[in-house]
Ligand binder design. Sequence first.
Ligand code: F6P
Length: 327
Amino acid sequence: MSKIKNIGVLTSGGDAPGMNAAIRAVVRAAIYYDLKVTGILRGYEGLINGDFIDMDRKSVANIIQRGGTILKTARSDEFRTKEGREKAHGQLLKNGIDALIVIGGDGTFTGANLLTTEFDFPVVGLPGTIDNDLEGTDFTIGYDTAINTVINAVDKIRDTAESHDRLFIVEVMGRDSGLIALRSGIGVGAEAIMIPEANMGVEGLVTRLETGRKDKASKIIIVAEGDDMGGAFNVGEVLRKKFPQYDIRVSVLGHIQRGGKPSCMDRVLASSLGVTAVEGLLHGHTGVMVGQKSGEIVFTPFDHAIKHIDAKEMTPAWLKLVEILSL
Ligand code: F6P
């Protein structure tokens, strides 16, 4: 019999579509297993400040389809300090919370790892980030929606690119990871994709454009925010000097990639992982992220989950695909 009677749930770091579906699943599963569930507002900030709300079946009604997070989110500097984490632990004890479910990305799990190791407090994590840059899950909650937002936006940009014979450089999110750029770039039929893992560089890009189709003036280049060339505007400046004949425009998609209704894939993933997180805690799992690999549920220790997916392994094959398909 588990001693857990009251589970706290929070979202932390950048919001991601599907976080609400995950919160709903956690709350409903907790109620199903006769547990109390406490919502913690604004991530670790709210945990430190005791910003808690009781949650029931109704408090998560009508949210499965909503983007963002009803619990709000934040990045907490105070939680990075030992004093901050002591305050947070004190609030958990004071409020009778026996275990925690955290929904977020690598920053969230770095904090969760410290909470479990320093205070031996039970924590299970759910992968909620549009970046898809966590080990231990094929996909993170929010990634599918984000890449679909990107392809919808770039399809529209392509209409203008074609009509005006323009070269568009489109910047997508991914501070440390090119996984949004890689998959959406293939999905939109980009001429080139620039990502932090591959460092194509100016020469690589120039060669690609010089050797590419001469009869097609409209081109789409997808640049991940974290690429070594420093973003789409820098790439634009370099290309303008090198190719004065091209009519070049830059478009930064920005935070539209983080918002909006979650896709069906994200809702289902969030729902399944949310229920499993509650069951995992009841079965004694702690210090782990729950993910899904090849359809199977996998528990991965936080310190392993936060090692960014080594996109390098898949990158060469995918970039080759881009080269072949952009002929
Ligand atoms: O959390 C993912 C992410 O979208 C990154 O790709 C991006 O660099 C970052 O968040 C930006 O977040 P914010 O604008 O909230 O600082």
